[in-house]
Design a protein around this ligand. Structure first.
Ligand SMILES: Cc1cc2nc3c(=O)[nH]c(=O)nc-3n(C[C@H](O)[C@H](O)[C@H](O)COP(=O)(O)OP(=O)(O)OC[C@H]3O[C@@H](n4cnc5c(N)ncnc54)[C@H](O)[C@@H]3O)c2cc1C
Length: 306
């Protein structure tokens, strides 16, 4: 296992932003993860783990301590069950599931990043998410001991899991899918990918910056009185952050190299020279404007590591 020094992290993120990792290692097996953890303990270093870097904004000054890129490439099929390493790309898992005539993961079409990152953030689209297919998770706990939990123990909610509450390292995940209409599933995946092509920017970004805002039936009248067309959002009971940001006239708003996408208002894109600071200032500005205009609080979906 080779610990590298001062590795620029921008190259490992989809935002193409981020200063150097003081110490850096790519861990491909559970043993390598445990070796990296021991090294960090011996050298009294904090540990930061990541996967595909597609939900991260990393500080311009980088990350101190040991940064571990979790790259566990396990993939085992047993009837409807799949055991998958946390470093496996979600897109690859989806293709392999369809290859094995298993459906239920179509919601993941077009979501970048790894299985580990997807489980931690309960990644999803159209009202479905990882919590709908995950059955078991193998992880290292805060004492770096190997543990296993069932889906019921993972505190899954909208873009949330216990892995956002605790510094656990996800190593391997078990999913359960189903046999079904493969032609329809493949068609749906193609449609979703095409829709993303039409509606999402292809410049560097970390996806949706803010979470959509959930609301209850009791809140609809109040939201209407704030000028929000809630009737449009009754299917998932969530107000799209993009809707609010667009209506606040913020598309195209720029700070340094960071810009609110003209194509999708809940994306901040890197126009080429963006610094993390630009993104932080722009996202604060957006939050302020939405507070002023709608008296609503936006919360980041992207993990700001500052
Ligand atoms: C163009 C684009 C479109 C996107 N569309 C969607 C979408 O439709 N739906 C959606 O939900 N998300 C979307 N995202 C966001 C992102 O792809 C997901 O959040 C993804 O699941 C992140 O996975 P990752 O491996 O890249 O995580 P990373 O960015 O590497 O890490 C994210 C967080 O998870 C932690 N982490 C990563 N791996 C592990 C692990 N094994 N154990 C413990 N902690 C870990 C990291 O410490 C960090 O805090 C999009 C992003 C982009 C760039």
């Amino acid at each position: 296992m080779q610990i590298q020094k001062n590795i620029p992290l921008a190259q490992y993120t989809t935002f193409k932003i981020g200063g150097p990792a003081e110490n850096f290692v790519i861990a491909k097996t559970i043993e390598e993860v445990q070796e990296a953890v021991s090294w960090a303990k011996e050298h009294d270093q904090e540990i930061f783990v990541f996967g595909g870097g597609s939900n991260l904004l990393i500080s311009d000054s980088g990350i101190k301590g040991l940064v571990i890129k979790l790259d566990l490439q396990i993939l085992e099929f047993e009837e409807n069950k799949i055991k998958v390493g946390s470093g496996v790309l979600l897109s690859y898992l989806l293709n392999q599931a369809l290859e094995h005539e298993l459906i239920g993961l179509e919601f993941a079409a077009g979501i970048p990043g790894t299985v580990g990152g997807a489980v931690r953030g309960n990644a999803g689209t159209y009202g479905r998410a990882m919590s709908d297919v995950v059955t078991k998770i193998n992880y290292l706990d805060e004492n770096y001991l190997l543990q296993e939990m069932s889906v019921g123990q993972a505190n899954f909610e909208y873009r949330h899991s216990i892995f956002k509450e605790k510094k656990y390292l996800i190593l391997k995940v078990e999913l359960e899918l189903a046999k079904g209409d493969l032609v329809a599933a493949k068609k749906l995946v193609q449609e979703r990918l095409a829709y993303r092509q039409d509606t999402q920017p292809n410049q560097p970004s970390a996806g949706c910056i803010f979470k959509n805002i959930a609301f209850s039936d009791q809140e609809t009248e109040d939201l209407k009185s704030r000028g929000i067309e809630v009737e449009k959002f009754l299917e998932h009971h969530k107000i799209p952050a993009a809707y609010l940001i667009d209506r606040a006239g913020l598309k195209g708003k720029t700070v340094g190299g960071a810009q609110v996408s003209e194509k999708h208002a809940n994306y901040i894109i890197n126009t080429g020279t963006a610094k993390a600071e630009d993104v932080v200032i722009l996202s604060s500005l957006i939050k302020q404007q939405i507070r002023d205009k709608y008296n609503l609080q936006l919360n980041e979906e992207v993990q700001f590591i500052l």
